[in-house]
Design a protein around this ligand. Structure first.
Ligand code: ADP
Ligand code: ZN
Length: 793
């Protein structure tokens, strides 16, 4: 009897493929296998073992090898992956790919050995000649020079006919790192040593292991080391070294406080559920600096006390050294911190330690949700309103916040979402009893929340000025008082667009339908979507005009203007143009903390997790940047930004002030933010969402279609419009006909989308299944299904 296995491959076609297994192997679900797929080598994961395959047994291919001795994916993660795959309509192999660290992959090295050379096939003969020339065996890479195609297909047929044998070797992508170390073998007082040799020996006596050769050889030459070796005084041995991302972390004693009344109450409710060890979802709505992180730490300790493990998700940007140190001081060696700066080797190392149970807590952004921890007791999602929890680049387009709730549910664990500005849907869920609401309304040290002053920029005397008179005066005032200022503008570069005054032409990216941003430092215009840049033209490419109008200011222009207005102020700018180097973040933070900076200016980057007591003034340069986007979440995002930025002010005894500059002072997101009134905003926004049939009242899906030929894409979309009209259950859905997406072209790809709204998830699933079965998508068109999309641009 043959053994059949269902294998998930990391390709965007369908869920699983059936293979058979050689008799000498005993496959288990969750193990990785190496298979041929479409004439290429692929690594897949076994997710099932059907007794009888669904189609012709003779056509089923054998796998080459099983890689893992034990299953790599345990039952829990497998079930989790299956769920994600179904919910997001994404092949499960791609879900695994998102779950696993890239460093775990294997590379296949294939060597072709000639066995027989009698054949009539011309291509085969060519290949045989080539191998013979190479001494009857060669690597598959060398054969690629022979220009025979399809090469792998031919080779597989030749292998079948016994003409050749393909030897396959597998190499881990991340190799073990082994270094030479040196140790003293004996303390005997060998007197026959030169002074330098004696010195080395004495040095070794004072050291504790391990001593790396690389370090020693800086001080002592190889000949001295060799001499001692010849005399059998020392030994050189190999040692595997592991990455240690905590090596340069500042270790300090954990700060402990008496909890505030609100913290005590919230923690009590959490602990009760953690003790019960059953699923429960909480939303902690705690104002900025109300001590949420402290609550997280105590809750994690509670979960650990039951022998459980925990995951804490943090937006990448908040993963500053200060945050890591804070957790490290409490949990020390049992935490694994995962972030995007880790190398493949480091990530794999920590993944393995989590899997072995040597680390009990995983901290990291989005993908840390997939930490292979057993026995999960608690999942925390900090700043749960953040968009970065949504994967928007490649499938699965999952949202880690939502999936955190799911994973907790599947594990009978507690999940805690925390924020000062709840995501609308999360708050909605507390009102519909899906989550329990926890509240912290006061700042820990009883500091009052800062006062917000809205400035109507339409009433300023000089409309060309970036700063209102009020904001200039306040900056001046703080500079005199030696207090610090934080200025926020959610736009980098110099000016948002460049427009010819004579003909009105706006300079656009050649590959995207996006206006280019002017960067004054190198006099270039850049596309913020694809990165394309070119020098600023001297003349308008359309009419030859020389005079340009520059759009609204970005951080670069604001910095210049500040420097002009306040020539003696020390200004630091933080945006993705200035923080490309690894430690640039940290350096600026340190400078602000130590008082070397008077004004910190930046984009989104500066609004999270900063806790600087001397910042007493926050300026929001234009509180309308978000509002002009054609996106139903624009107001929500605007509200969140204002509250979060404002939260950076007045974090000590000194009271904070926030100046909000806007051309839309009556906009409800600004009005409610001014009063720090979340509930008011929530109710207003909810009402609009209901009227326009947007989430949380409907489930939203966007199907995006991409092609580099506009005409062809448009006519294809016409066909789709016609097809969709035939969907039999139209009354259960609102389907918005295909239209060009607001950004109609990115990276040479034209973009069309369909939006679908439904009251219930099953209706969505039914539609997508119907769509897949009835609408033919030619393979030159790229289609992306986005369930619960965050952006509709
Ligand atoms: P949040 O996460 O809500 O912004 P944090 O937990 O970071 O708030 O707390 C803000 C500041 O207050 C931190 O410096 C923290 O160390 C401190 N803190 C937290 N809880 C207490 C407490 N009960 N008493 C005194 N200080 C506290
Ligand atoms: Zn572009």
């Amino acid at each position: 009897m043959k053994i059949f296995i269902e294998v998930a491959l990391p390709i965007n076609i369908k869920d699983t493929f059936t293979y058979s297994c050689p008799k000498n192997l005993s496959p288990q679900i969750g193990q990785r296998v190496i298979v041929d797929f479409n004439y290429r080598i692929q690594t897949g994961i076994i997710i099932g073992m059907p007794e009888k395959p669904a189609y012709d047994e003779d056509k089923i291919k054998e796998i080459h090898e099983i890689i893992d001795a034990k299953p790599l994916i345990n039952k829990e993660l497998l079930a989790f992956a299956e769920w994600i795959s179904k919910y997001y309509h994404c092949p499960i192999g791609l879900v695994f790919k998102a779950m696993l660290p890239a460093g775990i992959n294997v590379n296949t090295i294939q060597k072709i050995v000639l066995k027989k050379s009698e054949t009539k096939d011309k291509d085969f003969l060519k290949i045989i000649k080539f191998i013979e020339k190479n001494g009857n065996s060669c690597a598959i890479e060398d054969l690629k020079q022979s220009k025979i195609s399809p090469l792998y297909k031919n080779l597989l047929e030749m292998e079948e006919q016994g003409l050749i044998e393909i030897e396959r070797h597998y190499k881990r992508k991340v190799q073990k790192k082994v270094v030479n170390c040196i140790r003293l073998l004996t303390d005997s007082c060998e007197d026959n040593l030169t002074p330098k040799q004696q010195e080395l020996k004495q040095f070794l006596q004072t050291q504790s292991e391990p001593i790396f050769m690389a370090d020693i050889s800086k001080e002592f030459s190889y000949s001295i080391i060799n001499k001692l070796k010849e005399k059998n005084l020392i030994e050189i041995y190999k040692r595997e070294i592991h990455p240690d991302i905590f090596s340069d972390i500042v270790r300090h004693e954990p700060l402990t406080f008496e909890l505030t009344d609100e913290q005590t109450e919230v923690l009590g409710k959490l602990e009760a559920r953690i003790d019960e060890q059953t699923f429960h979802a909480f939303l902690l709505h705690g104002v900025t600096s109300s001590g949420k992180t402290e609550v997280y730490i105590r809750a994690m300790k509670k979960a650990l006390s039951h022998g459980k493990t925990a995951i804490i998700l943090i937006p990448e940007i908040s993963l500053t050294p200060q945050t890591v140190e804070r957790f490290y001081s409490h949990f020390g060696d049992i935490i694994a911190v995962l972030h995007s700066k880790l190398s493949d080797r480091e990530r794999l190392h920590y993944w393995n330690l989590l899997k072995k149970g040597e680390k009990k807590i995983a901290i990291g952004p989005r993908s840390a949700l997939f930490a292979p921890l057993e026995n999960l007791g608690l999942i925390i999602v900090d700043e749960e309103h953040e968009n970065t929890y949504k994967q928007h680049e490649r499938p699965p387009l999952y949202n880690a916040r939502d999936m955190a709730v799911l994973r907790a549910k599947m594990n009978n664990a507690v999940v805690l979402l925390g924020t000062a500005t709840p995501y609308l849907e999360s708050y909605f869920n507390t009102q519909h009893k899906k989550y329990s609401l926890l509240k912290m309304t006061k700042r820990v040290k009883n500091q009052i929340l800062p006062k917000l002053i809205v400035v109507d920029m339409r009433e300023e005397e000089d409309h060309t000025e970036i700063f209102s008179k009020l904001l200039r005066d306040k900056i001046e005032d703080r500079l005199i008082k030696k207090e610090q200022i934080l200025l926020f503008q959610n736009r980098r570069g110099y000016a948002s667009y460049v427009q010819c005054v004579k003909c009105g032409h706006v300079l656009q990216c050649k590959d995207c339908n996006i206006s280019m941003t002017y960067h004054s430092r190198n006099k270039k215009i850049k596309c913020h979507y694809c990165g394309y840049e070119r020098s600023m033209p001297r003349k308008c490419p359309e009419c030859g005009g020389y005079i340009f109008n520059f759009g609204s200011p970005g951080t670069e222009k604001i910095e210049q203007n500040l420097q002009f207005l306040f020539p003696t102020a020390r200004i630091a700018r933080m945006d993705s143009d200035t923080t490309t180097k690894k430690n640039s973040f940290q350096n600026v933070f340190d400078q602000v903390r130590n008082g070397y900076i008077d004004i910190l200016l930046g984009t989104q980057m500066i609004i999270k997790g900063l806790d600087f007591p001397n910042i007493t003034l926050v300026g929001i340069v234009s509180a309308d940047v978000n509002l002009n986007l054609p996106d139903f979440r624009a107001s929500e995002r605007n509200f969140q930004h204002i509250i979060q930025v404002a939260g950076r002010a007045g974090r000590s005894e000194k009271e904070g002030e926030v100046i909000v500059q806007t051309y839309n002072p009556k906009h409800y997101s600004i009005q409610y933010a001014q009063k720090q009134n979340f509930i008011g905003f929530y109710e207003h926004e909810l009402h609009l969402r209901n009227e326009l049939h947007y989430p949380p009242f409907t489930k939203l899906v966007r199907i995006l279609f991409l092609l580099n030929n506009e005409e062809r894409l448009r006519s294809y979309m016409e066909g789709i419009r016609y097809k969709i009209a035939q969907y039999p259950q139209k009354d259960k859905l609102i389907i918005l006909s295909p239209t060009p997406a607001p950004i109609s072209k990115i990276r040479k790809q034209y973009r069309y989308h369909i939006l679908i709204k439904a009251e219930h998830q099953p209706n969505i699933n039914r539609f997508i299944e119907w769509f897949r079965g009835n609408v033919k998508i030619p393979n030159y068109i790229k289609m992306q299904i986005d369930i619960d999309p965050i952006s509709l641009l």
